[in-house]
Write a protein that binds this ligand. Structure first.
Ligand code: ATP
Ligand code: MG
Length: 247
C-alpha cells in the first residue's frame, strides 16, 4: 500500500508522522519512505546526511537514475529511504515542461513495488507538481492536521486537489483519514477535532497525537518515536492508523 502524507500547510507534522508510522510498520513489514520535500527533513530526521555525489529523489524524478539506485538503508531494520535534498526544488522546475510529468514518480516506483509491503511519501508543504506526483501514485492519503486555529483553512483546497487527481489521474486514490497533531487539552484543540469529525465523519478522524517535546527530540536523535521513548499515549495514534490500514 502506498500512502501519501499530505497537507500544503507547513509544520503540521507530516514528516514526523512519516517517521513514526514508517518505524512502527517496519517492525513487521518491509517499508520504503520517500522524501519528496526539497527541505529534506525526512532524510535528516532519519539521521541521514546526503553526500555530494549521492543519488536522491531529484535524480529519480528527473529520470537520471532508477529508484533502486537511489534507495538507501536506514539504521532501522526493514526501513529504507529514498532521500532528498534541496536539489529536488530544481527537479520540480525541470520536469515542468515534460509530457506526462504527473506520472514520473509512479513510473519510477513501479520498478520497486514488489520489494516493499508499504511505501510512505512525505509531501512538501505545497500543492505543486511534487505533491501531484505523490497523489498520482498513492492508494491512500493521510492528512496530518495541527490542532490550531487556522487548521481547517486550506483543507478545502487539498480535498479539491485530491478529487481532481481521482477524476483525472488516479481513480484508486482514497482518504485514509485525518490525523490531528500537536494536541493540547484546550477548548480550541477540542473544537478543531469536533470540526474535523463533522467534516470527514468520526471514522476518518484518528486519535490525536499529543503535543510533546519528545517528537522534536526523536527527530534530532534520528529515530521513530517508539524507539526513542516508550510512551503509549504518543504511539497509539500511529498504531490506530496501522489498524485502519489493515482493515
Ligand atoms: P513541513 O511542512 O515544513 O514539511 P511538517 O508538516 O513535515 O513540516 P514536521 O517537520 O514533522 O512538520 O513538524 C514540525 C515541527 O513540529 C518539528 O519541529 C517537529 O519536531 C515538531 N512536531 C511534530 N510533531 C509534534 C508533536 N506531536 N508535538 C510537538 N512537536 C511536534
Ligand atoms: Mg515535512
Amino acid at each position: 500500500m502506498i500512502i501519501a502524507l499530505c497537507n500544503q500547510k507547513g509544520g503540521v507534522s507530516k514528516t514526523t508522522s512519516t517517521i513514526c508510522l514508517g518505524g512502527l510498520l517496519a517492525e513487521s513489514a518491509k517499508v520504503l519512505l520517500i522524501d519528496l520535500d526539497p527541505q529534506g527533513n525526512l532524510t535528516t530526521g532519519l539521521g541521514i546526511e546526503v553526500e555530494d555525489d549521492q543519488l536522491t529523489a531529484y535524480e529519480v524524478i528527473t529520470e537520471q537514475c532508477s529508484t533502486a539506485a537511489a534507495i538507501a538503508p536506514t539504521k532501522i531494520k526493514n526501513l529504507d529511504l529514498l532521500p532528498a535534498d534541496i536539489s529536488l526544488a530544481k527537479g520540480e522546475t525541470e520536469i515542468l515542461g515534460k509530457v506526462g510529468n504527473f506520472c514520473l514518480l509512479k513510473e519510477q516506483l513501479e520498478t520497486v513495488f514488489d520489494q516493499y509491503d508499504h511505501i510512505l511519501i512525505d509531501c512538501p508543504p505545497s500543492l505543486g507538481l511534487l505533491t501531484i506526483n505523490a497523489l498520482t501514485v498513492a492508494d491512500q492519503v493521510l492528512v496530518p492536521v495541527q490542532c490550531q486555529f487556522f487548521a481547517l483553512k486550506g483543507l478545502a483546497a487539498l480535498l479539491e486537489t485530491i478529487e481532481s487527481v481521482k477524476k483525472r489521474l488516479n481513480p484508486n486514490i482514497d482518504i485514509l483519514g485525518v490525523l490531528p497533531t500537536m494536541f493540547e487539552q484546550t477548548v480550541m484543540a477540542r473544537d478543531v477535532i469536533t470540526s474535523l469529525e463533522k467534516r470527514f465523519g468520526k471514522s476518518l478522524v484518528f486519535p490525536a497525537v499529543p503535543k510533546s517535546v519528545r517528537f522534536a527530540e526523536s527527530n534530532l536523535a534520528g529515530e521513530p518515536i517508539h524507539l526513542y521513548v516508550n510512551e503509549h499515549k504518543l504511539i497509539y495514534p500511529y498504531k490506530s492508523i496501522i489498524k485502519a490500514m489493515e482493515a
